[in-house]
Design a protein around this ligand. Structure first.
Ligand code: CTP
Ligand code: CA
Length: 230
């Protein structure tokens, strides 16, 4: 759709996109994971490449083909994702954190496969909080002029609506844009479609109607591109 005819407004820019969901190992064969498919991150990477950007895609446990013309760095854990994102972010004009990093990891990883106990008892898993990559790159900026974008899937709860929670998360993370998905209705995971509001630290709120993840990707790059122009 956007190929060939896409505007070349990201020409020469270096962008970083993270995609997929991290895995946190318990032992050599087991991990804690999440349902992120990577589809939105891959759509962002393809869209940026079609608009002329040099794209580094930090990909966590995704079963999708490498997008053409994109440099793909594969990671499994949140620590590995952090290392890869920090390295690529040092020189990046824009960073989009579409990945779902696991918030917690097992405090210790067993070198050997954990076996069932003879007495039928079950182990408990102690968890440690993972570093927040988006907050780190936003609060401790490698390049003050870079545009940093986060994602948030929210349902709304007793403390606030989806948009209230989105605004609070945007402020907490310190990023420039936050793409907020309302997931109270159900399936976005693995779905080809997405619907979102893009909140700006500058107060902007851009509603993106339900459509393809590629269409949302292009609106996100429009918002990033507009901020470069300013
Ligand atoms: N993120 C990150 N590092 C983490 C967790 C999240 O960089 N350890 C990024 C995600 O890639 C996303 C944004 O932060 O762009 C928001 O993720 P989300 O899970 O909504 O935020 P959390 O701070 O983990 O809040 P919650 O308790 O709602 O999960
Ligand atoms: Ca989280």
């Amino acid at each position: 759709l956007h190929q060939g005819g896409a505007p070349q407004d990201l020409s020469g820019l270096k962008v970083v996109v993270s995609a997929g969901g991290t895995r946190e190992y318990l032992d050599p064969v087991r991990f804690l994971g999440n349902r992120s498919s990577g589809l939105q991150g891959y759509a962002l990477a393809r869209a940026a490449a079609s608009r002329g950007a040099h794209v580094t895609l930090v990909s966590a446990n995704v079963s999708l083909a490498d997008p053409a013309g994109v440099s793909v760095v594969r990671v499994e854990t949140t620590d590995q994702l952090r290392e890869a994102v920090l390295a690529a972010t040092a020189t990046a004009d824009a960073v989009v954190m579409a990945a779902a990093p696991a918030d917690f990891r097992p405090t210790s990883v067993s070198d050997a496969k954990i076996k069932k106990a003879d007495d039928g008892s079950s182990p408990s898993i102690e968890l440690t909080q993972n570093p927040d990559v988006l907050a780190e790159i936003s609060h401790d900026r490698a390049r003050p002029d870079a545009v940093i974008v986060g994602f948030a899937a929210e349902t709304g709860d007793a403390t606030g609506s989806v948009l209230d929670l989105g605004r609070a998360k945007l402020a907490r993370k310190g990023c420039d844009l936050l793409v907020v998905n309302d997931v109270s209705g159900g399936a976005v995971f693995g779905s080809a479609d997405n619907e979102a509001v893009i909140l700006g630290a500058d107060g902007a709120a851009v509603e993106v109607p339900r459509g393809s993840k590629t269409a949302l990707a292009h609106v996100i790059w429009d918002e990033v591109s507009r901020r470069f122009a300013e």
